[in-house]
Design a protein around this ligand. Structure first.
Ligand code: GUN
Ligand code: ZN
Length: 477
């Protein structure tokens, strides 16, 4: 009798063990030069069952038949364990797996968090600076503002404000410029680490053509960057980008040292600006007469590559498009900034035809919104002016999986594949009377998504989750 009981207990234990094993997220295979997984940062042990309409992307709608590019479950279920995605699918197919309370967002849309591939955290306070194009805008407004970030306490305060604003807008990851001061990057990483957000950031390198108070020098910039890399790169979800501001504010010696950092730390990122404004391009050609154009300056110093991200890249020559292709470098397309500073129109169609990685950047403070909805809205108009159509599917792809791919982070974030980090947002299709009226006429989900892309803003973000933990909830009206 005793042995029968113990056999039953053993069988029950085995069943429980097998059930748990089935729920375990498969870990994402490491990319050879990618960040390690960061279990220390994961605090969520509970299994979450999130119900609602669910949208995520599996491929670029420009590369495959559009219906193959995404999954949309009108009544879906997302299962998350220990901060990672276990499974996603139709509620009817997955409901037998529910073993706890369901968080019910029926009627709302669950999507992967947005990824902002180019933004300056110290520039939030100077958004909407009047009247100038790039070079005058930098001298008149940007440099004096960035001066304040030498103060660590101020940088902390503004990092907090910035990250809270990102969460409010549904942005869960970003590639971020700090200022030249290491204190600014330090403060940013501390705050981002506290929130367990996957962020790439760096201290700016700049040693000429700016006020003295904002200059480092090649050796100082190198040593400060190295110290920050050693402290922060791959700490929790934090990652480092070597960040020369743009070619005009770095001497050849400094660009050389930036290239040395990339060699010494081959798994860090490189983040800069390029070919944003025609006066800027003429200036680069004057400053670097021995180089064959703007991108060749960066290429010459070893700053191109799969983890190199070039904000703007509007006025590219054929050689530069080719360099993007050959080096697998990525573009961050920044629509609101390009319109605000009168910089020009990015050629997305050409980038797609050449297979170049593109993500969306707000480029705040030249950008005029932290919202990816608003940014895509302006991006749509930039494509219209070039007789190209930016569909809602392509837009939301770019703001999620496309962004993750452009940052080489798609093994970790960007969609709801099993094992990915569960950064997701809950979106209201209609946050205003106007939106409600508009979508009541929508014939299908594609039209509803387009209306969201064109009319949406931060009011449409009902909640933001970081690795399965709710960090933002829109206050009730
Ligand atoms: N080029 C160099 N610095 C900057 C900057 O801060 N913002 C933008 N938009 N372009 C730049
Ligand atoms: Zn920028």
């Amino acid at each position: 009798m005793k042995s029968v009981t113990s056999r039953i207990v053993l069988v029950l234990l085995a069943v429980v063990f097998l059930l748990n094993a089935c729920n375990e997220p498969t870990s994402i295979p490491e990319k050879s030069e990618n960040p390690s997984q960061t279990p220390e940062a994961s605090t969520e042990n509970d299994v979450l069952y999130i119900r609602g309409a669910i949208l995520h992307f599996l491929e670029d709608p420009a590369k495959v038949d559009v219906v193959q590019s995404f999954q949309y479950f009108e009544n879906g279920l997302l299962i998350v364990k220990d901060g990672k995605v276990v499974e996603v699918g139709p509620y009817s197919a997955l409901k037998s797996k529910i073993k706890g309370e369901v968080i019910d967002y029926s009627g709302k849309l669950i999507m992967p968090g947005f990824i902002d591939t180019h933004i300056h955290f110290p520039q939030v306070e100077m958004m909407a600076a009047y009247g100038e194009q790039l070079l005058e805008w930098l001298d008149t407004y940007t440099f004096p503002t960035e001066r304040k970030y030498k103060d660590k306490a101020y940088s902390k305060k503004m990092s907090k404000f910035f990250l809270d604003q990102l969460l409010k807008n549904g942005t869960t990851s970003a590639l971020v410029f700090a200022t030249v001061h290491p204190e600014s990057a330090e403060a940013f990483f501390e705050e981002s680490h506290n929130r367990n957000m996957r962020m790439i950031a760096g201290k700016v390198l700049m040693d000429r053509n700016a006020p003295d108070y904002l200059l480092d020098n090649p050796e100082k910039g190198y040593l400060e960057s190295k110290e920050l890399i050693e402290k922060w790169h791959k700490k929790g979800r934090q990652l480092y980008a070597v960040t020369p501001r743009f070619a005009p504010t770095s001497t050849p010696e400094q660009l050389y040292k930036a290239g040395e950092l990339m060699k010494e730390f081959p798994d860090v990122w490189m983040h800069t600006h390029m070919s944003e404004n025609t006066d800027e391009i003429a200036w680069v050609n004057e400053l670097f007469p021995d180089r064959n154009g703007y991108m060749d300056v960066y290429h010459h110093y070893g700053l191109t590559g799969p983890r190199s991200v070039f904000a703007h890249s509007i006025h590219l020559t054929d050689e530069e498009w080719k360099l993007f292709q050959e080096t697998h470098s990525a573009v961050s397309h920044c629509p609101t900034s390009n319109l605000f500073l009168g910089s020009g129109f990015f050629n997305l169609k050409k980038a797609d035809s050449l297979g170049i990685k593109v993500g969306i950047g707000t480029d705040v403070g030249a950008g005029t919104s932290l919202s990816q909805f608003v940014t895509l809205n302006e991006g749509y108009k930039i494509q219209q002016l070039q007789r190209n159509k930016l569909s809602a599917f392509k837009g939301f792809y770019l703001a999620t999986l496309g962004g993750a791919r452009s940052l080489e982070l798609d093994n970790y974030i960007g969609n709801f594949e099993t094992g990915k980090e569960a950064d997701f947002i809950v979106v209201d299709f209609a946050a205003t009377d106007l939106q409600e009226e508009r979508i009541s006429h929508s014939p299908n989900v594609e039209d509803k998504l387009f209306a969201l892309m064109m009319l949406g803003d931060e009011r449409n973000v009902a909640a933001t989750y970081i690795m399965g933990k709710k960090l933002y909830e829109r206050p009730a009206n």
